[in-house]
Ligand binder design. Structure first.
Ligand code: HSE
Length: 403
């Protein structure tokens, strides 16, 4: 019998219960043993839920799970960083396998939890933490020993991609599009993590630390979100026959790397422009395998629960990689010296602003109470220099780059 303790019965937790009950026969045939969720940790035992559960399965006491020696595997499906981390840590220390969908935990404590799992000879798996239903970490892990991964790029947040798609296709404004994304269950309980780019950043932290084989922490990643985007920006980008996507990218250079999350302008006929709605896509380039592209549902109840259960199967079948796959390369961070063409929109202030912008501008794309420019090929730090010199606040500008 594979006994599972499930932590959290929100969207993802309910998806786990649903798939296990729907696919019980197939799962048990494959595992050659019974599988059951023995306990589910919830905050509120009395809450009305649209799900049929066996009696006495719910608990609001983590001890009922951690102290139960029959429970060999914990699925962590809370959205909490602090409590979730404590549960994962205690679970591993007590010799239980842990599967999590919680990217905030993986991103913050990646090295520590990986080491702890090895020390306790159990699995710590997190496929669902990056790009929902898309199997991306398993293929990446398979390719690390065989390749130097030179580049990872991805549309990694369903909420942002949904908002941007709706703003482009249906001319919705930002708030309307965000509201629909929340109603559809794509956004995190606090959507700031989505729209300010932190969710993408955490996923890139996980992907890039594995892929580039260097510890790339959250603070090592340069971040701009989409929360400042305005219909003005959409108009300018449309004029260029392009769309905008929030893309996370990590690149491996000879002695350094770049890791950035930036709104990215892509021409309409190129690959990333075709990834719409809540879908995600990730590509990585290995020096032997070449470029691989992955596409699929990046968020949502069943896709995310499905990813969790692929990890559960790996544990049940003992087919997971029982190694520390995190590397220790020494690479310099080149984020600010990254060269490219950028889109910058700032309030139209006075002639001094234009004078400040002049030397980096290739084309003024539009102006009314804002001014939106396409820059010449410059280093990213020059943009931040101008923003600082002109004393433009975070909420007042929107920055993207051209891919
Ligand atoms: N809020 C996340 C998203 C959920 O929109 O992509 C999946 O990580």
């Amino acid at each position: 019998m594979l006994n599972i303790g499930l932590l959290g019965l929100g969207t993802v937790g309910q998806g786990v219960v649903e798939i296990i009950s729907k696919r019980k026969k197939e799962l048990e045939e494959l595992l050659n043993k019974k599988i059951r969720i023995k306990k589910i940790l919830v905050k509120n035992m009395d809450k009305k839920r649209n799900i049929i559960l066996p009696e006495d399965i719910l608990t609001d006491n983590f001890n009922d799970i951690i102290e139960d020696d029959e429970i060999q595997l914990i699925i962590e499906a809370t959205s909490s960083l602090g409590e979730g981390y404590r549960y994962v840590k205690e679970g591993l220390e007590r010799g239980k396998h842990v599967v999590t969908a919680n990217k905030a935990i993986v991103s913050r404590y990646f090295e520590e939890l990986t080491a702890l799992a090895l020390e306790n000879r159990v699995a710590f798996l997190y496929e669902a933490s990056v790009a929902g239903g898309i199997p991306i970490l398993k293929p990446l892990k398979e390719h690390i020993p065989l390749n130097r991964i030179n580049e990872i790029q991805g549309i990694l947040n369903g909420t942002c991609n949904y908002i941007l798609t709706k703003m482009f296709e249906d001319d919705l404004d930002y708030d309307e599009a965000l509201k629909i994304a929340q109603d559809l269950g794509y956004a995190e309980s606090d959507p700031v993590a989505d729209v300010e780019g932190y969710d993408t950043l955490r996923k890139l932290r996980i992907l890039s630390s594995l892929g580039l084989q260097r510890k790339i922490l959250e603070d090592d990643i340069l971040l701009e979100g989409i929360d400042n985007i305005k219909s003005f920006d959409i108009e300018q980008i449309k004029k260029l026959n392009s769309v905008i996507k929030l893309i996370g990218e990590a690149k491996h250079y000879e002695d350094g790397y770049v890791a950035i999350v930036l709104p990215t302008i892509v021409a309409k006929d190129t690959y990333f422009s075709t990834i719409n709605g809540a879908f995600n896509s990730i590509s990585f380039k290995g020096d032997n395998v070449g470029e691989l592209k992955f596409y699929g549902p990046g968020a949502g109840k069943l896709p995310t629960a499905n990813a969790i259960l692929t990890d559960v199967l790996d544990i049940g079948l003992n087919t997971y990689r029982n190694k520390n796959l995190l590397g220790k390369k020494r690479l310099k961070n080149y984020n600010y010296s990254m060269k490219g063409r950028f889109y910058l929109r700032i309030p139209k202030m006075d002639w001094k602003v234009e004078r400040g912008l002049e030397e980096i501008t290739e084309e003024i794309l539009g102006q009314n109470k804002y001014i939106g420019i396409k820059t010449k090929e410059i280093e990213l730090e020059r943009i931040y220099g101008i923003i600082r010199t002109l004393n433009i606040k975070k909420k007042e500008y929107f920055l993207g780059r051209f891919l």
